[in-house]
Design a protein. Sequence first.
Length: 190
Amino acid sequence: MIITLFLTFAKIGLFTFGGGYAMISLIESICVEQKRWITHEQMMKITVVAESTPGPIAINCATYIGYKQKGIAGAVAATLGVVTPSFIIIYLISKFLENFLEIQGIVSGFKGIRIAVGILILDAAIGMIKKMKKKTIPCIILGCSFVIMLLNNIINLGISSILLLVIAAIAGMIISGVSEMSAVKGGADK
């Protein structure tokens, strides 16, 4: 299983360009749908936790999934698996190609990859939205966050995505706390 974790995440690391967000779709496809190591619900929770903790989201996801499968040894294997291909590729590029990004074919290739990365990120976002429990408050937070970030990109409101995450987290905690208090109060009256 340790070797399987390493090889699985090495494959993910090798064939996914564009960073962690682009990897989420592939991680979910392999770890949820093919290998059934985790559920869709667990993947959504992992993604939220991985995004809100320090470090690249793909590495955090790999570490968690590896830990869930085989403890610390699994976490180490999955983490090494996801970072090893990138490390080797960057090492080889830096070692042998001094003017790598000046090669026209490489520049053109990266332009094409940039488009594919955007689609992979959009695919991961749409998949998560489809699987999200359709409750009113999370949908309102999602809609408001989307509009604020869209406006932020169009007219430069100057709102940090970190600030938006903090506000959404506080709103979620307040709403959850109010819901729990009303449930306890309602239960006490019965």
